[in-house]
Ligand binder design. Structure first.
Ligand code: GRF
Length: 226
């Protein structure tokens, strides 16, 4: 049986919390999409695990409340996760977006927000989980690279894949050039995947994500960008 992942949501406007560690360009793509009316959602809060995360200023510019929970001040993963879970819970988000959040979360918090937490990863999973994805792709000489948005599960960079975007790897690419090409694709993919979630079009069946009414979006992702 297909299972709807958002069975209890009454309000049509979804509430989103975004968790970041750094620059915040994916966050900015989401906030711009909300502002432009392309994403019918409310970003309730941005939480960063680093006080110097550039995305905090981007959130403030958009009038979104921010909270810093500095991971380095917590003695272990469980203590940090508990603080993060409490902060997230306060806004009762329908969806939590990990947008450049560079920490591994423990099983307890992941299970607490099961099917409500998504992550963007700069590679075509299951290839290149973890860090240094662009460097590893270049070293392997792959011809295609890209990014993935997936539901978060206790195993890192594993979890039902919502969407992927493919970019070419070109001769002469450096890590920085390839990262910039992938990042452009990330911004588009993340907005689309969040929109699909908000439109209640995602169904998880046998640990795979089905996209309802997929014609146009599916077609869009047959065409590599960049
Ligand atoms: C992105 O490439 C994301 O996929 C990775 O870290 C980067 C974060 O970029 N996990 P930004 O903070 O969204 O600009």
């Amino acid at each position: 049986m297909a299972r709807l992942i958002q069975p209890n949501i009454k309000d049509s406007m979804k509430t989103i919390s975004v968790v970041i560690s750094g620059r915040g360009s994916n966050l900015e793509a989401l906030l711009n999409a909300v502002q432009a009316g392309h994403l019918k959602a409310r970003v309730a809060r941005v939480i960063a695990n680093r006080a110097d995360a550039g995305g905090l200023a981007i959130a403030a510019q958009h009038g979104v409340p921010t909270t810093v929970i500095e991971s380095k001040k917590y003695q272990d993963r469980a203590a940090f996760d508990a603080a993060l879970a409490m902060a997230l819970d306060a806004d009762q988000p329908d969806l939590i977006v990990l947008a450049g959040f560079m920490r591994i979360l423990g099983e307890s918090i992941v299970k607490q927000f099961n099917h409500r937490m998504i992550n963007i990863h700069p590679a075509l999973l299951p290839s290149y989980p973890g860090v240094d994805t662009h460097q590893r792709a270049l070293a392997d000489g792959v011809k295609w690279h890209g990014c993935t948005v997936h539901f978060v599960t206790p195993k890192v960079d594993v979890g039902p894949i919502i969407g992927q975007s493919v970019v070419p790897v070109r001769e002469g690419d450096t890590e920085a050039i390839l990262a910039a090409r992938v990042l452009k694709a990330e911004h588009r993919l993340l907005v689309d995947c969040v929109r699909w979630f908000c439109e209640e079009r995602l169904v998880i069946k046998d640990d795979k994500v089905l996209l309802r009414n997929a014609e146009t979006s599916f077609d869009a992702y047959q065409n590599p960008v960049g």
